[in-house]
Design a protein around this ligand. Structure first.
Ligand code: CA
Ligand code: CA
Length: 312
């Protein structure tokens, strides 16, 4: 019996491994996040941690992944991250440790600045002798409560604090100010939402992902203070022919020597390709021209993008 079952067991183990590899690969490809098990939502990657830690320990766990405790700054994100935990109680990246009553997100933004909060009625109440300075998400309405920071709960981390987008054939330019450098956490050239870049065909196709995006954008932008990348098929290939696509990049600006993804002032601008057509270079159909790095990176582009190109 062992002899007969041996090969079959081995075969099923292989099948199982292949299935697991495929599922993991597909999952990783779809999420496009730089760390495994993180799931992207509108450009930012999130992960639920069920293991219970104090607020500070949870903070450190997120930092080890290059991230921060999750900062829900609108209803959609708030609901999404709480659903990740199955509605369990979780620390979020919001506290009034430094200044009683003045709640601040982990990236330094105050609740007033973020203009979003979802406290349960009667919260925050800073209850007890030691007070309550750390926020958690905890009800079926995804409402928040302040709790003692040294209590232990599960928590949710996020990678990236900012999102930049450029519609197909536009440039996405990311700049970190104050000496910060770019750390890309998520990138996708394709379409996962019908909300952005709606001027084009098939914008309801929201299942379009390019598995190479993460690598290409990371290679171009990580460690730089500034980077530009063209949202086009010539850079990423065409993951869904006929659909009007956009490039979405989730990132943080990290201070040198700081292992935690600290947010500093940053700007994202998109520029029309036309603005970058160099005048002194001649392009032919067969030999695509490479942009000098000062003009936005060394990507080749096609004739159609620079119709007024000299020499054409
Ligand atoms: Ca408090
Ligand atoms: Ca409370």
């Amino acid at each position: 019996m062992f002899v007969r079952d041996g090969p079959r067991n081995a075969l099923s183990q292989w099948t199982c491994m292949l299935v697991l590899l495929f599922v993991f690969g597909a999952y990783y490809g779809v999420t496009g996040c730089s760390e495994a098990d993180y799931v992207s939502f509108n450009g930012i990657c999130y992960k639920d941690f069920a293991e219970e830690k104090t607020y500070e320990e949870a903070r450190q766990t997120c930092a080890r992944d290059g991230g921060l405790l999750a900062m829900p700054k609108d209803d959609a994100i708030n609901t999404f991250i709480h659903d990740l935990s199955g509605g369990a109680i979780r620390w979020i990246g919001l506290n009034d440790i430094n200044n009683e009553g003045q709640f601040v997100f982990e990236d330094g933004q105050t609740l007033e600045e973020a203009s979003y909060s979802n406290w349960k009625r009667g919260e925050p109440n800073d209850l007890g002798r030691r007070g309550e300075d750390c926020a958690q998400i905890y009800t079926s309405e995804h409402a928040w409560n302040d709790a003692p920071c040294d209590r232990t709960w599960g928590f949710i981390c996020q990678l990236g604090t900012e999102v930049g987008r450029a519609c197909e054939r536009e440039w996405l330019t990311i700049t970190c100010a104050e000496g910060g450098t770019i750390l890309v956490s998520h990138a996708n050239y394709g379409r996962t939402s019908s909300t952005y870049c709606t001027e084009g065909p098939r914008v309801t196709d929201t299942d379009c992902t390019s598995e190479t995006s993460q690598d290409i954008v990371s290679e171009t932008c990580n460690g730089e203070t500034h980077c530009s990348i063209l949202a086009s098929n010539s850079v990423f290939g065409d993951p869904c022919v006929g659909t009007h696509k956009y490039l979405e990049v989730g990132y943080s600006c990290v201070q040198p020597g700081n292992t935690t993804a600290t947010t500093v002032q940053m700007t994202v601008t998109t520029m029309d390709t036309q603005g970058y057509c160099p005048e002194a270079v001649v392009e032919t159909e067969t030999e695509p021209v490479v942009f000098p790095r000062t003009e936005g990176g060394d990507f080749s582009y096609s004739v159609e993008r620079c119709p007024s190109f000299p020499g054409k």
